[in-house]
Design a protein around this ligand. Sequence first.
Ligand code: KG4
Ligand code: ZN
Length: 343
Amino acid sequence: MNSKDIYILGIESSCDDTAAAVIHNGTVLSNVVATQEIHQEYGGVVPELASRAHQQNIVPVVHQALHKANIDKKQLSAIAFTRGPGLMGSLLVGTSFAKSLAFGLDIPLIDVNHMQAHILAHFIKAEGQIAPNFPFLAMTISGGHTQIVKVTDYFEMEVIGQTLDDAVGEAFDKSAKILGLPYPGGPLIDKYAQQGNPKAFKFPKPKVGPLDFSFSGLKTSVLYFVEKEINQNPSFIQENMEDICASLQYTIVSYLMGKLKNAVKQTGITEVAIGGGVSANSGIRKALQQAQTNKGWKTHIPKFEYCTDNAAMIAMVGELKFKHQLYAKRNVTAQARMELGKS
Ligand code: KG4
Ligand code: ZN
């Protein structure tokens, strides 16, 4: 093994995906995700069940990640783990596991901010992917967050806009629930939307500050709209699922793009990246591609496997922090709420 070879094991357990990945000098050798199906029955993530499932999954998932990467744990340079933000019980499983493994192997332990990882996932080396140049704007859109971040350097990030209430992923999932779709509903809305007319129905866009977001009103308007229509036609949802989803997705995507345009105008930065689960959405991906052609922005769209929660992004931040010797203290603890900033 060359001494310049860096092998990082990343561990992610912030919500309902147990994930482990190995990265070698920026290239992903393995990326294993165990998605917890149990939450589907409950229409949302049940924290207690999530942490229990993490406990069951973590050993086999880490084992599989090392096996697929074809390396022995003794070759690892460091172990990176999601410290937060996320569900406390879930975070604790990954944190304690990462700690014990790093202590056992006597290698550095590196704590990672999950939202920073969604942004720095763009630095993973992959075919057809070009890493962003600093400074760039990152819009992080997930089940727990909706932010616009000015990224000046790997560890220098400033949140310049964010949601005042629900996250955009929640807006997708809660609207889907109203339509009778199982959790998580975002990907299903996307699927139906592709067959529907985006102008069939009109939903209001909440008016807040130019870089702020608000989504709680949207789900209420979807609820009122559906209730009113069902009163007249009990099969309204079934007969109009594609058009409802297309109209909803159109409203959300144009709202997100409007905010990005405001951010570009305000900062003068035209290099734009998206990250987080909702960046898997076909509508936002298409809109961003169009902005590259029509507005001359330089846009960065993550590969599908690095959009939703994964450990490759955690290992990527681990590698960047390892190079700067930014290690965690031995008494580091999980943190449910964490801000993005200089770390
Ligand atoms: O980043 P992520 O996996 O977990 C969090 O950190 O929250 O994001 C999950 C969110 C869920 O709300 C899910 O419905 C949404 O991402 N999502 C989508 C799509 N794929 C995942 N929303 C809309 N369209 C999609 N294709
Ligand atoms: Zn996430």
